[in-house]
Design a binder for this molecule. Structure first.
Ligand SMILES: NC(=O)c1ccc[n+]([C@@H]2O[C@H](COP(=O)([O-])OP(=O)(O)OC[C@H]3O[C@@H](n4cnc5c(N)ncnc54)[C@H](O)[C@@H]3O)[C@@H](O)[C@H]2O)c1
Ligand SMILES: [Zn+2]
Length: 350
């Protein structure tokens, strides 16, 4: 079994191995004595994996109750959060009981926020079932719900007690959801993991890829858990990507938008003379390998209007993640007035 140890405000392990869902009870009992556990999952994941996990929990002496949300981002809302609080209370969960999040980033973020707030905080375990959740959202302790005004606007930093990753679960993902996760994987390679880029070009084992990404997220989060500086590196391709998502009315998925966002920011950086030429070719080749887009139909003006009025903006300056060399990105503050000019570089051919 691959184990990545995370030392943040709480210390915990991320365990990665094929077939470990059936050992969930035993693994959880190693970090928490048997208690009442609320399993939170969604309508796609629960029919596939909830029985394996609950059977294993029962065999290890846990008493389980479950709460199933409708699959999809729309469920990551304050109404469901309140319904979970009520269900936790109705089932008499106490501070020594736990929540188990079985699903993708939606289930993980919502469950984590419920755990952070119910009785001012009870422990929770992440069992991520999408590639994005395995390599990104289940690790690092960002929990949230969406508000009408935008995504992730209410939440807490609250670390899980254990993360259990079973790559076998990825077999039932749709091709689109798998590709979306690959966009985040590719992102790590261009942030600071050149060895991941060569691995992705080969016939790789996804468990190795997950391990490298989790190690990288662990390294970044342990230096900047509360997202005040370095953690912003994880936003490579995301500022432009969010603009693309918004311009499309969210019909373009997050992963696809981040993929196109990484291409645009890399092109713009090359045009501005702050990124090596060769980076773009490797990026495009990898995105194409995993059926991700390398361009979008919106103009620089449309993307900038949509992208640069979000929460990451501080006064007149915004921090962009700029790929500088192959497998190396940096944080560069930009004057908001100069952004359109900078991003427009990506559309110029000379
Ligand atoms: N907390 C963080 O640090 C962080 C980081 C990145 C993204 N996020 C959040 O994560 C969310 C996106 O996560 P996601 O992409 O996992 O989306 P998701 O949870 O909506 O899952 C995508 C789809 O796949 C289905 N699914 C999940 N696992 C499956 C499986 N094994 N087999 C078949 N179907 C399965 C789900 O039901 C859903 O329909 C967003 O809300 C985003 O804001 C959080
Ligand atoms: Zn992302």
């Amino acid at each position: 079994m691959k184990t990545v140890n995370v030392k943040a405000s709480r210390e915990y392990n991320v365990c990665i191995e094929r077939g470990i869902l059936k050992d969930a009870g035993e693994m959880i009992s190693a970090v928490h004595k048997p208690c009442k556990a609320m399993l939170i999952s969604d309508t796609n994941v629960a029919p596939l994996y909830a029985k394996t996990v609950t059977d294993s929990l029962c065999a290890s002496g846990f008493e389980t109750v479950s709460f199933i949300i409708e699959a999809g981002e729309e469920s990551k809302n304050a109404v469901n959060l309140a319904l979970i609080w009520e269900a936790l209370a109705e089932n008499s969960l106490t501070r020594s009981d736990i929540i188990i999040a079985l699903g993708g980033g939606v289930v993980g973020d919502l469950s984590g926020f419920a755990a952070a707030t119910y009785l001012r905080g009870i422990e929770y375990i992440q069992i991520p079932t999408t590639l994005l959740a395995m390599v990104d959202s289940s690790v690092g302790g960002k929990t949230a719900v969406d508000l009408k005004a935008g995504k992730n606007l209410a939440g807490a930093f609250y670390q899980p007690s254990l993360v259990i990753c079973d790559p076998e679960a990825l077999k039932t993902l749709s091709a689109q959801t798998f590709s979306d996760g690959m966009a985040e994987v590719i992102k790590y390679g261009f942030i600071n993991r050149p060895e991941l880029l060569s691995l992705l070009e080969s016939d790789f084992d996804i468990a190795d890829v997950i391990e490298i990404c989790v190690e990288d997220k662990r390294d970044i989060v342990s230096l900047d858990e509360k997202d005040r500086g370095l953690r912003q590196l994880l936003n490579l391709g995301h500022t432009v990507g969010h603009g693309i998502e918004r311009c499309s009315g969210y019909s373009i998925t997050h992963g696809s938008a981040v993929a196109a966002g990484m291409v645009i920011i890399t092109r713009a950086a090359i045009k501005a003379g702050i990124c090596d030429n060769g980076v773009l070719e490797v990026l495009i080749k990898l995105l194409e390998k995993f059926s991700l887009p390398t361009s979008c139909d919106f103009t620089a003006q449309e993307i900038c209007n949509a992208a640069f009025n979000d929460k990451k903006r501080k006064g007149n300056s915004i921090t962009l993640v700029i790929p500088e060399k192959l497998g190396e990105s940096g944080l560069v503050p930009y004057d908001v007035d100069k952004l359109l000019d900078f991003i427009s570089g990506a559309w110029k051919n000379d």
